[in-house]
Design a binder for this molecule. Sequence first.
Ligand code: SF4
Ligand code: FES
Length: 418
Amino acid sequence: MNEIAPSPGGHVKEGTITMDAGEMRCDANPSSPTAPDPSCVVRAPIGLLAELTHRCPLQCPYCSNPLELEKVNVELSTEDWQKVMRQAAQLGILQVHLSGGEPTARRDLEEIVKTAAESGLYTNLITAAVLLKRERLEKLKECGLDHVQISIQDVDTQAENADRIAGYKGGSAKKKEVAGWVRELGMPLTINAPIHRHNIHSVEAIINYAVELGAGRVEIAHVQYYAWALKNRSSLMPTRDAFMAAARLVERKREELKGIIVIDAVVPDYYAKYPKPCMGGWGKGIINITPSGRVLPCHAAESITHLEFDNVRDKPLADIWLNGDAFQKYRGTSWMKEPCRTCPRREIDYGGCRCQAFALTGDAANTDPACSLSPLHEEWAKVADVESHQSPPAFVYRRPGGATPKPAAEKTPVSSDA
Ligand code: SF4
Ligand code: FES
């Protein structure tokens, strides 16, 4: 998924809520109800990540979807998603990222895109591309689709490796074909490449491949270890040396390809000095909606087990954004503990990732152990170092009910079942 910068602010208007977003301060922080947080200004979100479905023919072992995938019978209806798109535009959201799972698995994608475009939203389709036909892409463009982002697992000359990682035979060739259609139709294209131990040797080739495909942007996105990726961490973690070499290469390619392609890089937390400002700050710029309509501050927020989430079936989006418990809980800085509480970087990285802090320390309000100032950082970096040098176990592929690992000796299958 894309990292998106926080919104510069905007006008929030939904139902009975009408206000200038930049004027609202959140003074109802549950962790310190009597002490308003002066740094916490609620602005209109800039981006909506709409997980239209968790169905997907691919089985990537680093998928950011939850281990408990939502079933088709709980998915929002076409009308529900259309209502969400209208409410998102009214709330001040500018971009909608149509994601999944695989969003093209929904037969009503055209209707959702049309409503989003008519509401004034910039629409980005985040797709694995293997289900797309040219006629459908043309139709989506007619409906107002603005941008296509295709994920790849490796370059076409390493198709066997790419298909093994995705658990889908023939996927690499199909993605190349669809990327060609996107460019022929004159649509902007981004290539997203999640990077890990099984393809880090291909970083330079992936960047060159994105240029060859006609992409305007390539994301060299080192895997972030939540959900399925956390389950597969010991298989996916690259060595520090491999990461450093890839980071130097990205810098060199940026210089070499200036004006030709934009190269975005997401570094692996385990080898960083400071954590990334996950989601640009909790409840600051992004809304995530699951296939069943649960509204989350980030795609992995359901992993924080004490949080409760509102549903777009029950409440307007603006109300959830402004007042929802899950959004209030870690918004701003007043919930922070030391060392974040008094750290000069607290409004730069917002203490890192709440989901990672919860997964690794059991308390989402703790400093993300990715930070070198966290008391747990060293121990945690050691784990990464050890795992990255061990022989990688078989993937736990992302599939319904698939979170139980197979015996290490079992061969990882390659299938083309949708
Ligand atoms: Fe960021 Fe907290 Fe680390 Fe400071 S202590 S750099 S605020 S994570
Ligand atoms: Fe949830 Fe980082 S993924 S806050």
